[in-house]
Ligand binder design. Structure first.
Ligand code: ADP
Ligand code: MG
Length: 257
């Protein structure tokens, strides 16, 4: 899947991308964050004439990664032509895509940008803000699945739900927020527990070095299966047992003695 971030400089894209990446990983989704800055920063200075290489190289990195990972595109993607290019990369690879539009009041963006040392001058951001071709305004293909105000608290569970199954459950009140915090904590516990089980399992069953990869893959499968379940409360001992049983039942399919 291709996750296309859209938003002005300093709105909080890179911060959001890192967190989203971690949350997806915790749910067993291999993913990578790629943005044109990765290439741009390889140059000693910036020149306009470098930009066409930077754009093409970034597209190539994205295209290659898309073959095996979810890709989060951390770029301004200011013009809808850029969004269209990215969507076409996803379509050519037969992958689904989601557009996430990050916004915030102009004062907030300018304040964050100032604090960061105005790598992009504030005047330029003001101008971009005025001329911004907001995703979804002109074309329906460009409509964002998710719009996020980064000056408010971000509900990552809702973001993940929308990305993974297009469900649009909203957290409207304190109770829902509390439940979402609980789900975040639960996923962190599951991550920790399944990791511990893998370590213990490899030692106790004297798994070959070359087969560790298989066990790690099975862990991912197990997490994937859990994703569809309602995870309000987990019984940690039951989870450990379930996971060990899952490993015992499945490892023989992959590990040939
Ligand atoms: P971008 O990648 O869009 O240019 P960054 O993620 O680098 O923006 O964030 C710009 C600045 O704003 C950073 O100093 C960051 O710490 C801060 N920031 C980002 N997101 C938030 C947020 N949700 N709440 C408060 N500050 C934020
Ligand atoms: Mg950034």
């Amino acid at each position: 899947m291709l996750i296309i971030l859209v938003g002005l400089p300093s709105v909080g894209k890179s911060t959001f991308a890192r967190r989203l990446s971690k949350e997806l990983y915790l749910r067993g989704v291999d993913n990578v964050v790629i943005g044109s800055d990765v290439i741009r920063e390889c140059f000693p200075v910036w020149k306009r004439e470098y930009e066409s290489y930077i754009r093409e190289a970034t597209y190539q990195l994205i295209d290659r990664a898309l073959r095996e990972f979810y890709v989060i595109v951390d770029d301004t993607n200011y013009y809808n032509s850029k969004r269209r290019d990215l969507i076409n990369i996803a379509k050519r690879r037969n992958k689904d895509y989601r557009i996430i539009y990050l916004k915030a009041p102009l004062e907030v963006i300018l304040e964050r940008n100032k604090r960061r040392g105005e790598k992009v001058p504030n005047e330029l951001i003001v101008e971009m803000y005025r001329k911004f071709d907001e995703p979804g305004k002109r074309y329906t293909w460009d409509k964002p699945e998710i719009v996020i105000d980064t000056s408010k608290e971000i509900d990552f569970n809702r973001v993940i739900d929308t990305i993974l199954n297009r469900s649009t459950r909203k957290s409207r009140n304190e109770k829902d927020r509390g439940e979402n915090d609980l789900r975040s904590k639960t996923w962190n516990r599951i991550d920790k527990i399944t990791r511990e089980v893998v370590g213990e399992y490899i030692r106790s069953r004297s798994i070959d070095k070359k087969d560790i990869k298989v066990i790690l893959e099975l862990r991912k499968k197990f997490l994937k299966n859990l994703r569809s379940k309602d995870l309000e409360e987990i019984d940690e001992e039951e989870l450990k047992k379930d996971f060990k049983r899952f490993l015992d039942n499945n490892k023989t399919i992959y590990i040939k003695k």
